[in-house]
Design a protein around this ligand. Structure first.
Ligand code: GDP
Ligand code: IMO
Ligand code: MG
Length: 432
């Protein structure tokens, strides 16, 4: 398979977890390179559902190795819960999961900061997941963060924690009028967790580069989506990491020349959780209908996802930013009973037709979508197993999307189950 990055092309929840699980068949290692437990990746195998937040979706394939890269911000309490949950379902994690010694850790004060900052923003809030992601990346950028290797050393961890709490408590007390965190409380909870994870910790960049040198295949698992990327997304309504393909290199220590292809996951319509622009958002009544059929509720927070038509201005932009070489189109079945389907092909901005995504919130706020309408297929597609069996309207829809976003469809998905995933003939998954 060579080395492939899989990213979301919209605002997250495109079905990356499901596609990564499917593609893992061809990989030796699956690696998360950014984000944290803000992610929620759902995989359904038979009648069992798994929701992964930190551990790569590849863990559901016995024998495959999974890695949490240095670009991830790691809440080890959440990680433990996730490991336990998987073990209870009969999945072996120990010996298959490796964690970068350079991954930054999330502590309770990061979550407290995340929540209070949101509260204080009032109407301007981002709508974060409250998992401490932004504050943890702030500490990383501010060079005061505590990394996985630090927590393994008792004296060093205590020293760093004390230094952090001196500053955080002052901010929490004086700016936000909140109580203090005690070093001993956090130390007593987290130091033992760190010790239990000791055997998982390693130098990820060497493991991966050695594996590549041996001809092994690496699958890089993106979290969030292109439009949530801190540089290329709808700033400030974004997450705090690079969720685009470039993050796979910085978040693991694998150089760009070692990446062979990039697959973009695109939902057949659009969803967004949290605040910020969503140009093709449905009317409340229609949105309710699609939300119910697509079960569009956040896997991490349970919040209802906002829904809209497929926006090819957005996905075309994602194809460019990520250098996408192929697409996986998910949730086609959710559109099964619509007579017509709209595709956003451009925006109207003060009378001007824009086909390039305007990455400015102020411009975006004034954009109205220009739609093309295609015929729906009005057929239950959930039982189909070969591309050839799909109605001509589905194929026409996919071809139009390919034309508009300038990338070929390699995989389609017609239900949440692993078995409801179809490789489209003529389009090799990797163009490597
Ligand atoms: P991710 O964050 O990109 O991994 O996506 P999520 O797992 O948060 O959200 C996608 C949701 O859609 C999950 O509940 C999946 O089980 C479900 N799903 C994925 N693909 C399909 C599909 O083709 N059809 C339907 N009906 N559901 C799907
Ligand atoms: P997956 O990997 C959808 C959104 C939040 C909020 C913004 C910032 O499942 O696709 P954060 O907690 O990261 O500071 O929140 O980003 N967000 C997601 N939306 N799917 C996700 O992950 C998300 N992770 C963060 O709702 O708008
Ligand atoms: Mg999700």
């Amino acid at each position: 398979m060579a080395n492939v990055v899989i990213v979301g092309t919209q605002w997250g929840d495109e079905g990356k977890g499901k596609i990564i699980d499917f593609v893992t068949d061809d990989a030796d290692y699956v690696v998360r390179f950014q984000g944290g437990s803000n992610a929620g990746h759902t995989v359904v195998i038979g009648d069992k559902q798994y929701i992964l937040h930190l551990i790569p979706s590849g863990i559901l394939h016995p024998g495959k190795k999974c890695i949490i890269g240095n670009g991830v911000v790691l809440d080890i309490a959440d990680l433990f819960a996730e490991i336990k949950g998987l073990e209870q379902k009969g999945i072996t994690v120990k010996g298959r999961l490796f964690i970068s010694q350079y991954a930054h850790l999330i502590f309770p004060y990061h979550k407290a900061m995340d929540k209070i900052k949101e509260e204080r923003k009032g109407l301007n809030k981002i709508g974060t997941t409250g998992r401490g992601i932004g504050p943890a990346y702030m500490d990383k950028g501010g060079r005061s963060g505590i990394r996985m290797a630090d927590i393994l050393d008792q004296a060093l961890f205590k020293e760093k924690l004390e230094a952090n709490l001196r500053e955080k408590n002052e901010i929490l007390n004086k700016i936000y009028c909140l109580g203090s965190f005690q070093t001993s409380d956090i130390f007593n909870e987290y130091f033992p967790l760190g010790q239990e994870l000791r055997d998982y910790v390693c130098d990820v960049s060497w493991i991966l580069n050695d594996a590549i040198a041996e001809g092994k295949s690496i699958l890089f698992e993106g979290a969030q989506g292109t439009l949530l990327d801190v540089d290329h997304g709808t700033y400030p309504y974004v997450t705090s990491s690079n969720s685009t393909a470039g993050g796979a290199c910085t978040g693991t220590g694998v150089g760009p020349t070692k990446i062979d292809s990039v697959m973009g996951v695109v939902k057949a319509y659009t969803t967004r959780v949290g605040e910020g622009p969503l140009p093709t958002e449905f009317s409340p009544e229609f949105g309710e209908k699609i939300r119910a059929k697509g079960e569009e509720f956040g896997a991490t927070t349970g919040r209802p996802r906002r829904c809209g038509w497929l926006d090819t201005v957005v996905t075309g932009y994602a194809v460019m930013i990520n250098g996408i070489t192929s697409l996986a189109v998910t949730k086609l079945d959710v559109l099964d009973n619509l007579e017509t389907i709209k595709i956003c092909v451009a925006y109207d901005y003060r009378g001007e037709r824009l086909t390039k995504f305007p990455n400015s919130i102020d411009v975006l706020k004034e954009c109205t979508p220009v739609y093309e309408e295609v015929e729906g297929w009005m057929t239950d597609t959930t039982q189909l197993t070969h591309y050839d069996e799909f109605p001509s309207q589905v194929k026409a829809f996919l071809h139009r999307v390919e034309e508009l976003v300038k990338a070929k469809v390699a995989i389609i998905s017609n239900g949440p189950k692993r078995s409801q995933t179809i490789r489209v003939s003529n389009h090799p998954m990797c163009n490597a």
